[in-house]
Design a protein around this ligand. Structure first.
Ligand code: PHE
Length: 340
C-alpha cells in the first residue's frame, strides 16, 4: 500500500530518530540507531522510499529532497552524539597527526665513556680485566708495593683508614699484587675501579675517583714493550698524530718510573690546526723487582711494566673540561653534551 502522505511520514521519522539519539547513552546504542534509521537496505528511511510506488514527476524531486534533508539531520545528530559520548579527550586533546615526541633514553656518563674507550683499546691489544677490593689492607696498598708505611702517602693525612691496618685503597695498584698472587705469568690485565684519598673537593680533586691500572708481566718484557704499548694506546685514544713523551719520575713500585705525556693536534672551530701543550695522562714504569718478589714471582725470571691513569682527568683533557666537579653535579645541560 502506497503511503498517502510521505512528507508527513518523513517528518515523523525525523522526530523519532532525534528522540532516540538524544536518549542514547553509549556508542553501541548510537550505532544501532544509525542502522535502524539510515541503513541502506532495511533502514526506516530507505524502506519508506522503497514503499512509494509510482510517484508523479512533480512529487518525485520534492520527496527525494525532503528524504535527503532528513538523512542529513539524523546523520549530523548521530555524529554529534558520538563525539559527545567519546568525551573531550578523544575529540579534542589528542592530535593523532602530530609527529611522535622524541624519548630521552639517557646516555653513558662521560667518565664511563672514557673508561669504555680506554678498556676497549687495551682489550684489542690482548689485555683482560681484573679487579680487587676497595677496602684493602696496608700491606696490599703500600708494603707489598715497596712503599714503607712512613712514606707520606701512607699518612693519615692522605689516606682514609677504616681500622688499624685496613683502608680505602688510595690507588688501583694493589690489584697488581693480588693478580700476581693468584695467577701465573704471562699477565696482561687492566683493572678499573674506585680509589679514595683524603683530598678537598675542588676543580682538580675529588675524595673518590676512578683509576685504571694496567700490568704486564712475562719473561723478557722490556722497556721497549713498555714504551711501544703505551705509545700505541695514546695514539689509538688521542689520534694518530699524537706525540708521546716519557718523562722520568718516581714511584716506589716501579723502577725506572715515568710520567707519560701527550701532545695533541686539535682542530679549532675555524678549521685551523693547533698543537696542544704536553698533557700528563698517566704514571707508569717497569715493575720494581721487590714488588714481583712480594707477590711471589721470581724477579730473576720475570720482568714487567705497570701504569695507572684517571679516566676523569683523561676526559677533562679530551673535552677541554676545566672543572672536575661538573662531572659530578649531574647538570643535564652539561652531561647531555656528551650523549651519543
Ligand atoms: N698508582 C700510581 C698513582 O696512583 C700510578 C701508577 C700505577 C704509577 C702503576 C706507576 C705504575 O699515582
Amino acid at each position: 500500500m502506497t503511503d498517502p502522505n510521505p512528507l508527513a511520514s518523513l517528518k515523523t521519522l525525523e522526530e523519532e530518530a532525534l528522540g532516540a539519539i538524544s536518549g542514547a547513552t553509549d556508542a553501541g546504542e548510537v550505532e544501532a540507531i544509525r542502522i535502524r534509521f539510515l541503513g541502506r537496505k532495511d533502514g526506516r528511511i530507505s524502506a519508506l522510499l522503497k514503499g512509494l510506488g509510482g510517484l508523479s514527476a512533480e512529487e518525485r524531486p520534492v520527496i527525494g529532497q525532503e528524504a535527503n534533508r532528513v538523512k542529513g539531520v539524523v546523520q549530523a545528530a548521530l555524529d554529534a552524539k558520538e563525539g559527545e559520548l567519546a568525551g573531550p579527550a578523544a575529540s579534542q586533546e589528542y592530535d593523532l597527526t602530530l609527529p611522535a615526541r622524541g624519548v630521552w633514553r639517557g646516555a653513558a656518563h662521560p667518565i664511563s665513556q672514557a673508561m669504555d674507550e680506554i678498556w676497549g683499546i687495551f682489550r684489542d691489544l690482548g689485555f683482560t680485566r681484573a679487579r680487587g677490593p676497595e677496602a684493602d689492607t696496608e700491606w696490599y696498598n703500600f708494603v707489598a708495593l715497596n712503599t714503607p708505611l712512613d712514606h707520606p702517602a701512607a699518612d693519615e693525612q692522605d689516606t682514609l683508614y677504616l681500622q688499624d691496618s685496613v683502608l680505602l685503597r688510595s690507588h688501583t695498584s694493589p690489584v697488581q699484587v693480588r693478580t700476581m698472587q693468584t695467577h701465573e705469568p704471562p699477565i696482561r690485565i687492566i683493572a678499573p675501579g674506585w680509589v679514595y684519598r683524603r683530598d678537598t673537593y675542588d676543580a682538580t680533586h675529588t675524595p673518590a675517583f676512578m683509576q685504571i691500572e694496567g700490568l704486564v708481566v712475562d719473561e723478557g718484557i722490556s722497556f721497549v714493550d713498555f714504551k711501544a704499548t703505551l705509545a700505541e694506546f695514546a695514539r689509538r685514544y688521542w689520534g694518530p698524530g699524537t706525540q708521546v713523551r716519557f718523562r722520568p719520575s718516581f714511584f716506589p713500585f716501579t723502577e725506572p718510573s715515568a710520567e707519560v705525556d701527550v701532545k695533541r693536534v686539535v682542530t679549532r672551530a675555524d678549521g685551523t690546526r693547533e698543537e696542544t701543550d704536553w698533557l700528563e695522562i698517566m704514571g707508569a714504569g717497569m715493575v720494581d723487582p721487590a714488588v714481583l718478589e712480594n707477590a711471589g714471582y721470581d724477579s730473576e725470571r720475570y720482568t714487567g711494566f705497570a701504569f695507572g691513569m684517571g679516566p676523569a682527568r683523561i676526559a677533562m683533557l679530551k673535552y677541554g673540561v676545566r672543572d672536575l666537579r661538573t662531572f659530578f653535579e649531574n647538570d643535564i645541560r652539561f652531561l647531555s653534551q656528551f650523549a651519543r
